[in-house]
Design a protein around this ligand. Structure first.
Ligand SMILES: C[S@@+](CC[C@H](N)C(=O)[O-])C[C@H]1O[C@@H](n2cnc3c(N)ncnc32)[C@H](O)[C@@H]1O
Length: 221
């Protein structure tokens, strides 16, 4: 894991606010947080990977909501996150699932070991210029033809810094990634983007459209 400012700050803030995050967002995918189309995206991903099952990683898992969702469909789900405190939440809520420390640019998985991966609002603290590095690491751990689903707040790539993130007293920067730029970073990392969904704001806790990208790793690098 690289010792970059955005990584250490993100880890520190989530380490100090994991309890508040889990209390506010919960430990499962829910209608209060995810809109019907968001849950439909997850359901479509489950159907896609179920044709040829294998291990699916919830990357930037937080309290393990997506891993638990996947496991609920009988899939072999695992999870990884930067934050030990978030991993603690995930392990307590979902003791049957394996969660381990890792980062988008240093995943704790062997090369070509995963059937699929979901990055559900976990690339939102990664600066746009770092995305190709993260997606190259994602490509490494996926089997050829492996499937990925990414969710994030969409915008023009600008940074939004919250001075008191999750009540931590510390500033945390979120990037409103530009969808076309994210697609380009995925293509740079040998992915083909098969589906793009952008929906408008539905919930009170949202301030931007939400994007969902389905990508498939190419057969070889
Ligand atoms: C907004 S939360 C989303 C958590 C979870 N996916 C969910 O939907 O509840 C962002 C999570 O991504 C993790 N994260 C952020 N940047 C990361 C990185 N570079 N590598 C691994 N995890 C990261 C954070 O620690 C945090 O748990």
């Amino acid at each position: 894991m690289r010792d970059l400012e955005h990584i250490t700050t993100t880890r520190d803030v989530y380490n100090r606010t994991a309890d508040e995050y889990a209390a506010a967002i919960g430990t499962t995918i829910s209608a209060g947080i995810e809109a019907p189309i968001d849950r439909a995206a997850l359901a479509a991903f489950v159907e896609t990977v179920s044709l040829n099952p294998g291990t699916i990683a919830d990357i930037g898992c937080g309290p393990g909501r997506v891993a638990a969702y996947l496991a609920g469909f009988g899939l072999e789900a695992v999870g990884t996150d930067l934050s030990e405190s978030m991993l603690g939440q995930a392990r307590r809520a979902h003791p049957h699932i394996q969660f381990e420390i890792g980062a988008l640019d240093a995943l704790p998985y062997a090369t070509a070991s995963l059937r699929g991966a979901v990055c559900w609002y976990s690339i939102i603290h990664t600066p746009p210029a770092e995305l190709t590095i993260a997606f190259t690491e994602l490509f490494r751990v996926l089997q050829p033809g492996g499937d990925a689903l990414l969710a994030f707040q969409a915008g023009d790539g600008h940074a939004v810094t919250k001075p008191n993130a999750y009540g931590s007293g510390s500033a945390l920067t979120n990037y409103r990634h530009n969808v076309r730029d994210v697609v380009e970073h995925l293509v740079n990392a040998n992915f083909e983007v098969t589906t793009t969904i952008v929906r408008e704001v539905i919930h009170d806790h949202e301030s931007t459209p939400q994007a969902f990208l389905f990508a498939r790793s190419s057969g070889s690098d």
